[in-house]
Design a protein around this ligand. Structure first.
Ligand code: NAD
Ligand code: DAU
Length: 351
């Protein structure tokens, strides 16, 4: 039996990774370590909480004593680290929360793993999940981020993630910690917190509210279906080379305005509204400070060396995502009303 601590498992991507690992690897013990910040929602995992190979531990990665206690108790062979403050707009308002969790929290986990493993690294792995935003912004010129692209973060969020990436590599180079890092592009899919563009827009369209598009909507993002990211994480965790970095991306670039127009068309069809109804809700608002123009990932290394490929076409993935949100309006409503964490406690107790 292998024990793997997955941090941030109650969040958007983390919940997909936990579900995949719990279901695919019944002989692994999956420990979901999460502080349940505003972004954590155990309801995301309601279909796996009763599985015998799953344990939830409420712990804050900024608390080194607590993290040490959890590592001593569960003695993990592997760590898959997703816990983070993840929203760029929040980082502009409160950068220190991002330094605490993303930088200090990551260092606490590295140190706890180093202390537990004591240089005996056989069968051990620390996998750090990072973002393409560490590379900064591309021009609209057809170039891509590769694993060799220099770091040039612009937002407090991306600066904190870049810093955490450097610490992970420093623990590899200095102490020999067996680490692997991946940098992924924008994810979309079910259980995405409705502060982010796609779920926010779906919810606003549903309720006939304005869809806020920053600036002129010309910024470009490279969208990847969240389950494709989870599959990549599985492959990299098991087959990635120690000390290496892998870029993960959908090769699927969209300007924000084109994406929102596509979403409006899908929503009109799903809601039985005349075509063009939802697009009337598009509202251009003040741009995000330091808004990166374009992200685009070259994932050739991952595809060639480890055989991963994205599985879904964007239109198909977006439609599946819309279907999930329309079928799970109560999930969204519990979040937007702020009732979700209390609801989980009341409904499911300490499951
Ligand atoms: P999320 O905000 O949905 O979830 C973050 C999770 O981490 C939550 O469950 C939260 O409770 C937990 N958490 C936050 N602070 C914590 C702390 N101090 N201690 C313990 N747990 C804490 O984030 P997400 O979008 O699922 O992103 C997960 C990871 O993937 C992050 O590291 C992010 O940087 C990275 N990433 C995200 C994307 C994306 O498009 N969402 C793309 C590339 C990389
Ligand atoms: O690239 C990977 C990153 O993708 C992850 O590391 C981050 O954790 C994740 O949040 C995401 O960052 P973005 O800033 O790209 O995602 P967001 O959904 O906030 O915004 C997507 C684009 O849409 C971006 O160009 C800003 C714009 N936007 C966003 C919001 C919330 C709008 O135009 N209007 C909005 O209301």
């Amino acid at each position: 039996m292998k024990t793997i601590i997955i941090t941030g498992g109650a969040g958007f991507i983390g919940s997909h990774v936990v579900r995949l690992f719990v279901q695919k690897y019944p002989d692994y013990h999956i420990v979901n370590l999460d502080a349940l910040t505003y972004a954590g929602n155990l309801e995301n995992l309601i279909d796996v909480v009763d599985k015998p190979n799953y344990t939830f531990v409420k712990a804050d990665i900024t608390d080194f004593a607590k993290i040490t206690e959890v590592f001593d108790t569960y003695r993990p062979d592997g760590v898959i680290h997703l816990a983070a403050e993840s929203h760029v707009d929040r980082s502009i308002t409160d950068p220190f929360a991002f330094i605490r969790t993303n930088v200090m929290g990551t260092c606490n986990l590295l140190q706890a793993a180093k202390n537990l493993w004591q240089g005996n690294y056989e069968g051990k792995r620390f996998y750090h999940i990072s973002t393409d935003e560490v590379y900064g912004a591309l021009e609209k010129d057809g170039t891509f981020f590769t694993e060799q692209t220099k770091y040039a973060p612009h937002s407090p969020y991306s600066a904190s993630k870049a810093s955490s990436d450097h610490f992970v590599r420093a623990f590899h180079d200095t102490y020999g910690l067996p680490v692997v890092v991946s940098n992924c592009s924008n994810n979309y899919g079910s259980h995405h917190f409705p502060e982010k563009l796609i779920p926010l827009a779906i919810n606003n369209i549903k309720h006939n509210r304005p869809i806020p598009v920053y600036g002129k909507g010309e910024n470009v993002r490279d969208w990847l279906y969240v389950d494709d990211h989870a599959r990549a994480i599985d492959i990299i965790f098991h087959k990635g080379k120690n000390g290496d970095t892998y870029n993960i991306g959908g090769n699927n670039e969209w300007t924000n305005i084109d994406l929102i127009r596509l979403l409006c068309r899908i929503m009109d069809a799903k809601l039985g509204r005349p075509e063009g109804t939802s697009a009337k809700l598009i509202t251009f608002v003040t741009d995000r400070a330091g808004h990166d123009l374009r992200y685009a990932i070259d994932s050739t290394k991952l595809q060639r060396e480890l055989g991963w490929h994205p599985s879904l076409q964007f239109e198909e993935g977006l439609e599946k995502t819309v279907d999930w949100y329309l079928a799970n309006e109560a999930w969204v409503e519990r979040i937007t009303s702020g009732a979700y964490q209390e609801y989980y406690e009341k409904q499911y107790g300490n499951r």
